[in-house]
Design a protein around this ligand. Structure first.
Ligand code: DHB
Ligand code: FE
Length: 292
């Protein structure tokens, strides 16, 4: 049977991708950001998944005001890096897993979560920057990402956006779906975006180190309480783009200590935790949790 063995959480700032693509990772500004992922790149090699289920948000790249799916699962065989204005990032194309993705769509929709099925989608920095951070620099001509990736897009850009509680419940449904897939596959689930940042308006540049770290503590140790954080708290404390953090609750809800909506199993092991301020306008947070 397929199994979710670990979850990865990371911010997704586009300037991080540009720093990698333009050879700036060893500059004073960027060095401490990338140092926080040295452990993670080795961990990815030592714990190579068969499939990554990657929860991310599209930033009006594949979707727009013309079409706004709340939850969208990528079922295609491959996904191209998107052109966000400076040409597509020079990274490998993303190979999907249509069979597992369509199984998850079937199972999760039957568990009463309405997903949009996406058979064609270019993936923006929300997906490629987390992959780059975890896998390092790859040459699109000669290299590939380490495994297939199922992109799972969440609307956190255009209101109304889903609550943390609903994301947490969805994570539990995704784990049930993965558990019921016949092939033996080691699956990792990633929650991406966040942490505190606001890119527009009077509070542009907002970062809240204390709130972010308290939220991380609670997300790890009291995920049910964390999932009940009201939407307005994210916006007030973590800025308008801090709402991206609800995506982390999908990955947290998929971990094996959550049974019937409560913490009932052995807690996951925190393999790595990192926090750095700032990268561009964003507080970078990163966690690796392993199931026990
Ligand atoms: C930045 C952060 C984001 O999450 C994003 O989607 C775009 C830009 C930033 O800090 O520059
Ligand atoms: Fe973003």
């Amino acid at each position: 049977m397929a199994k979710i063995t670990a979850s990865v959480f990371t911010s997704h700032v586009p300037a991080i991708g540009a720093a990698m693509d333009l050879g700036k990772t060893q500059e004073d500004y960027w060095k401490p950001v990338f140092a926080g992922y040295d452990f993670s790149k080795q961990w990815m090699k030592d714990n190579k998944p068969d499939v990554i289920f990657l929860v991310f948000n599209d930033h009006a790249t594949a979707f727009s005001l013309e079409m706004i799916p709340t939850f969208a699962i990528g079922t295609a065989a491959e996904f191209q890096p998107a052109d966000e204005g400076w040409g597509p990032r020079p990274v490998p194309k993303v190979i999907g897993h249509p069979d597992l993705a369509s199984h998850i769509a079937q199972s999760v929709i039957q568990q009463d979560f309405d997903l949009t099925i996406v058979n064609k989608m270019d993936v923006d920095h929300g997906l490629t920057v987390p992959l780059s951070l975890m896998c390092g620099e790859l040459d699109p001509k000669t290299d590939a990402w380490p495994c297939p990736v199922i992109p799972f897009a969440v609307n956190v850009v255009q209101y109304p956006v889903p609550s943390g509680k609903r994301c947490f419940m969805l994570g539990q449904a995704i784990r049930k779906a993965v558990d019921s897939y016949d092939e033996d596959l080691n699956v990792h689930i990633w929650g991406t975006g966040g942490m505190s940042h606001q890119l527009q308006g009077a509070r542009a540049g907002l970062i809240n180190r204390e709130w972010d770290n308290a939220w991380l503590d609670q997300m790890i140790a009291d995920p049910v309480g964390c999932a009940n954080t009201p939407h307005i708290d994210y916006v007030r404390e973590a800025g308008s783009e801090g709402i991206e953090l609800v995506m982390w609750l999908i990955a947290r809800g998929a971990m094996s200590d959550i049974v019937d909506g409560k913490v009932q199993g052995p807690a996951p092991t925190v393999k790595h935790r990192f926090y750095h301020v700032p990268a561009s306008n964003t507080a970078v947070g990163h966690l690796i949790l392993e199931n026990n």
